[in-house]
Design a protein around this ligand. Structure first.
Ligand code: ADP
Ligand code: MG
Length: 707
């Protein structure tokens, strides 16, 4: 599928899909760093990925305050005279090289660690005037600037942009690398036809697509990059419109193709139920009945199973899959992460064995030999059920007769990915599972027209989770308490938040916490975060699962789905930085067995009103639906879907939290466009095709051509 999109893509867009590595000023080494920074869409970062990497801040050099007035912790530009050099006492000393600079209102120490001495002497000659830019810090009462980001003379100053964008980075990559590559990328931007209705754009004061990118990557004022400013709104609207167009087209296609009836006989399901040490909850029973009703009808199923964490969705999915296997067909289950896919596989395996179901795991990390064997057996029909990551919908994966695709924790995926799994068989039925209770209106816009089954009940035998909130200052008490519980065998999750724009810093925070806890509990602590390699992640998870480690320090990678029933304590550091939905998801990792569980929310003193309310709600209730409602009241739509402030999964430029209001307009727009021009053949229709290719929603175009 990816291959054919590349071939059909209008040549006009080719420069945007060329690799970043091919840009002027990007070498093989920085090229790799860009691949890492922009990972997600394609193995090798492309020019469009770079252009959609928007600055999160700007450095404003238009104002040059006097030293006396320069505010700490803000990047400022100062006009100074170099007063004195204070090199370290010896060449090999680890002390920093300091340079005192001044103006008529005060002085600042420029501080350089492990710096090139000759370079400092050359750049900052005593008695000369220079412009330095960087963050002012107070250190023992004096102003200092560690590693100024710029040191220029009058000529250099004239060449500097007055307002400079600041981009998220990855280790080893610097602002100047991104800026240089971005300049080269902007030069590749072709002239594109306007796809928005001109009256609409005028009325909303939206600039053209290229102008919007120009404004954001070459800002003239801090306002230019604001998430709710016209330039950003334009880009967000384009992305939302592309996704809504694709959704409407796919839905129309779904409605046109009839489904196939998969008639099971309960033979395999019976064996699964017999192998279970418990019986189904009423909610589970009802959901299974609804799903079987869909599977047996010749209408194509598009059903969402909503159920709080721990409500037992996986089992519902297994029974649904068993049903189509009874009918002699195949099922696939897709999870958003490697860890989850593996975990599903491990947990389904004993039940599948008991019921005689042939199960296989397919992820991006499989060895070629294993992968080829699985691919063969999927094609021949020897495998009944495939569990995996997005590797499942790659082109090379062919099923013998796929009847049902289950997608776990849906909101992590883009709509188009889910539907492409649906294209892997003849009229595949689709079952989506989500742990986040979602209001009906959002179901419509985000997932399209779906039927919904809800698991309201939790399996019996769960004891309530005691939730407490404590200021971070009391962390030592918490660690003492955990130590006592661990001595009795308790297993503990310790979650560190995502803090910064840079994932590196988040990971560093988790690493620091891990180092500290390892000192307190030698050999008992494990660490898992998004930057670990797959096998390392697995090793850390399974050591915790087996009880070899008792405390697992994690970034939010454990947020979704991980199941270790023996874990009874959840510590969430900087709980105030998490959304309510996320806190609830995280807490749901404990309280899965019969033992009493607790959740400790460590917060930083001086909570804002919303953060306080969130923590209060967490203490009051464990009911996911109630929490979702309260959440909606507190924060609006984005958070309900478990998105972070920084973005909405499946979207690169739009954030539902900020641009959610545009969604309805985009949906109406898409509906109208397709009602008038179903095959996108008009002038505007042709421009809209380019939009779909640009945002890689072009599967929809293929459907249109085919049928
Ligand atoms: P979810 O995916 O909805 O978060 P899971 O499917 O992971 O929940 O189930 C959580 C745990 O509850 C699993 O260990 C599972 O075996 C168990 N479980 C599922 N259904 C029941 C039930 N009816 N009674 C008791 N335990 C159950
Ligand atoms: Mg689950």
């Amino acid at each position: 599928m990816l291959l054919c999109s590349a071939i059909m893509r209008p040549a006009l867009l080719n420069p945007l899909f060329a690799p970043v590595r091919a840009l002027k000023g990007v070498g093989p080494k920085t090229g790799k760093l860009f691949d890492r920074l922009l990972e997600g869409r394609a193995e090798e970062a492309r020019v469009c990925d770079l252009l959609f990497h928007l600055p999160y801040s700007v450095i404003d050099r238009r104002e040059q305050p006097k030293i006396r007035d320069a505010e700490p912790d803000k990047i400022v530009m100062l006009e100074v005279t170099v007063a004195e050099h204070r090199p370290p006492p010896t060449r090999h000393s680890r002390a920093p090289y300091r340079v005192l600079v001044e103006d008529e209102t005060g002085d600042v120490l420029l501080v350089f660690f492990l710096a090139n001495r000759e370079w400092i002497e050359r750049s900052l000659p005593v008695g000369e005037k220079r412009w330095v830019s960087g963050k002012i810090e107070l250190w023992e009462g004096a102003k200092q600037m560690v590693h100024p980001d710029r040191i220029v003379d009058a000529a250099g100053l004239a060449r500097l942009p007055k307002v400079e964008p600041v981009y998220g980075l990855t280790d080893g990559l610097y602002q100047r690398n991104v800026q240089r590559a971005m300049d080269a990328a902007m030069e590749k931007l072709p002239a594109l036809p306007e796809w928005l209705d001109s009256a609409f754009a005028r009325q909303r004061n939206l600039p053209g697509f290229n102008t919007a990118l120009q404004t954001i990557h070459r800002p003239r004022s801090p306002e230019d990059i604001l998430p709710d400013g016209p330039a950003r709104v334009r880009l967000a609207y384009d992305e939302l419109l592309a996704s809504q167009l694709a959704l409407v087209m796919m839905r129309a296609h779904m409605r046109e193709t009839r489904g196939r009836a998969s008639m099971g006989n309960g033979r395999i399901a019976q064996k699964i139920l017999e192998a279970l040490p418990f019986s189904l909850t009423n909610s589970q029973r009802q959901a299974v009945a609804e799903i079987i009703g869909d599977l047996e009808s010749d209408k194509r199923m598009l059903r969402l199973v909503q159920g709080d964490v721990g409500s037992g969705k996986t089992l519902v999915a297994l029974l649904a899959m068993a049903h189509v296997v009874e009918a002699g067909r195949q099922a696939a289950m897709m999870a958003p992460t490697e860890i989850l896919a593996r975990q599903h596989y491990e947990r389904l395996k004993p039940l599948c064995e008991a019921a005689g179901l042939r199960l296989a795991l397919l992820t991006g990390r499989d060895r070629a030999a294993h992968r080829n064997k699985v691919l063969e057996e999927l094609a021949s029909g020897e495998i009944d059920i495939a569990v995996g990551t997005h590797a499942l919908f790659q082109e090379s994966v062919v099923f013998h007769d796929l009847a049902l695709a289950v997608v776990d924790e849906q909101h992590r995926f883009g709509v188009h990915q889910r539907l492409s799994l649906g294209e892997k068989g003849e009229a595949v039925d689709i079952l989506v599972m989500t742990a986040t209770p979602i209001p009906r209106t959002l179901v419509l816009t985000y997932f399209g027209d779906m039927d919904v089954s809800t698991l309201r009940e939790k399996p019996a035998g769960r004891s309530p989770i005691e939730t407490r909130a404590m200021p971070l200052e009391r962390i030592n008490e918490v660690i003492d308490g955990i130590g006592r519980a661990m001595a009795k065998g308790a297993r503990v999750y310790w979650v560190c938040p995502l803090v910064e724009e840079s994932e590196e810093l988040d990971v560093a925070a988790a690493q620091d916490r891990f180092a500290e806890l390892s000192q307190t509990f030698p050999g008992r602590a494990g660490l898992v975060h998004g930057r670990l390699k797959g096998p390392e992640k697995d090793a850390a998870m399974s050591a915790f699962q087996r009880g070899e480690t008792q405390i697992l320090v994690a970034t939010t990678v454990i947020e979704v789905g991980v199941d270790v029933p023996e874990a009874t304590i959840m510590v969430i550091e900087h709980a105030e930085r998490f959304g309510l939905a996320q806190l609830h998801q995280l807490r749901g990792r404990v309280g899965r067995g019969a033992a009493k569980s607790s959740c400790l929310l460590l917060y930083k003193q001086g909570l804002g009103e919303v953060a306080r309310a969130r923590i209060e709600i967490m203490r009051e209730t464990e009911d996911g639906f109630r929490i979702a409602e309260e959440d909606l009241k507190l924060r609006g739509e984005g958070e309900v879907l478990g998105t972070r402030q920084s973005g909405t999964p499946g979207f690169r430029l739009a954030s539902l939290e900020i641009h959610g209001g545009l969604l309805a307009a985009a949906r109406d727009d898409a509906g109208l466009i397709l009602a008038r021009d179903p095959n996108l053949e008009s002038e505007r229709g042709k421009a809209l095709r380019i939009l779909l290719y640009l945002f890689e929603r072009d599967e929809a175009i293929k459907l249109m051509r085919a049928g």
